[in-house]
Design a protein around this ligand. Structure first.
Ligand code: PLP
Length: 379
């Protein structure tokens, strides 16, 4: 049996090696290594793909979040509401800017932020709401946008894990439903290699339909500069390389096929695991499509870590995203988060296990993965 990987980028790239080689050669020959025509073309192609009016490329998904918050002028004394059941970046950038992260709990079925809890956490100091579309499925954008319209507090979607997902809402499934990252005032994403649209290094982008915000984002990402060597605001150096943009232009053309491959793999896992007692397969919110950045199960918390070891002993990698929710991270101890206020995030941290999920997963690999899993769970 071929070795099973959590993510198989070598296999994914081998299938399009000629296209990638040609793209990389273009950059070597045109010499635009930072910014330049490939970055410009990629921005335009991602605008067309997502339907976002503006796409501002930047250095990575963490910078994208930070730049988005900076465009709103967020700093000391301000509060940003988000979830603790996320990758650290979402919370970290709020702390880095000297603002206060306000964490609320998530839904047990979708892993995504609870809009009612967001509503309850709003204060006169709240400057942004940052839902994370975790594992490839969108947070409740109907409720969050209604809240945003009512309160005037902007929504920034952390879309690092769900690029190309669509929000169907009450209208139901349809091809032209808006894409993740384009519903809030801003949406941020990451092109880290293992993300659904990944490059071969670091990369990120911010999307918006608002021209004034777009200009601010552009300026902040480029040293606060609008005219060469005239710096109007304090910014940062956060940019996408030509090489990464050229690679992303190739891979963007395959993104729909990549999503379909992930969805097909998820459906196969579902079929193999849905009737097994002791395993909760990922639940779907019918108002969102699911692009399966991760395929995440919930299992008995007293046996989860032993299951990870059992799978490893069978040569099968798994992931625990995330073992420590934000309110329990040592880095944030100074915020004195209420440790009793996140019972679902705490429970999930002990119950989740993510299976290998990527575009190259075969039916026989999935059968082997599920056989090892079922053997442990039923014994
Ligand atoms: C990956 C990720 C980020 C950060 O992206 P980087 O490109 O690694 O900086 C932010 N938020 C979420 C939810 C992520 O999964």
């Amino acid at each position: 049996m071929d070795p099973i990987h959590m993510v198989d980028l070598i296999g994914q790239h081998a299938a399009i090696e000629n296209e990638l080689n040609a793209a990389m050669q273009r950059v070597m020959r045109n010499g635009a290594f930072v910014k330049g025509p490939e970055v410009q073309a990629f921005s335009e192609e991602l605008q067309a793909y997502t339907g976002s009016r503006f796409v501002i490329p930047c250095g990575n998904g963490t910078d994208a979040l930070q730049i988005a918050l900076m465009a709103l002028g967020i700093g000391p004394g301000d509060e940003v509401i988000t979830t603790g059941f996320t990758f650290i970046s979402t919370i970290e950038v709020v702390a880095l800017l000297g603002a206060t992260p306000v964490l609320v709990d998530v839904h047990a079925d979708t892993f995504n932020i609870q809009a009612e809890q967001v509503a309850a956490a709003i204060t006169p100091r709240t400057k942004a709401i940052v839902p994370v579309h975790l594992f490839g499925q969108m947070a409740d954008m109907d409720a969050l946008l209604a809240l945003s319209n009512k309160s005037g507090i902007p929504v920034i979607e952390d879309n690092a894990q769900a690029i190309s997902a669509r929000w169907y809402g009450a209208e139901g499934k349809r091809k032209d439903a808006p894409q993740s990252g384009t519903l809030g005032l801003m949406g941020t994403t990451s092109f880290f290699p293992s993300k659904n649209l990944g490059c071969m290094g670091d990369g990120g982008a911010i999307m918006t339909n608002d021209e004034t915000i777009a200009r601010k984002l552009q300026q902040i990402a480029n040293h606060g500069m609008s005219k060469r060597y005239h710096h109007d605001v304090v910014g940062l150096n956060s940019r996408l390389d030509g090489l990464q943009a050229a690679i992303l232009r190739v891979k963007l053309q395959h993104l729909d096929a990549y999503c379909a491959a992930r969805q097909q793999a998820a459906a196969r896992y579902d079929a193999l695991l849905q009737d097994i007692p002791g395993i909760q397969i990922p639940l779907r919110d019918v108002r969102s499509s699911h692009v399966f950045h991760q395929y995440t199960l919930q299992v008995d918390p007293t046996r989860r870590d032993a299951l990870v070891e059992h799978m490893k002993a069978h040569g099968i990698p798994t992931g625990v995203y995330y073992p420590v929710p934000g309110h329990r991270q040592a880095a944030f101890a100074s915020y004195s988060f209420n440790l009793d206020a996140h019972p679902i995030s705490d429970a999930l941290a002990a119950r989740v296990i993510s299976l290998p999920m990527h575009t190259e997963l075969t039916e026989s690999q999935q059968s082997n993965i599920c056989a090892a899993l079922i053997k442990f769970v039923l014994q």
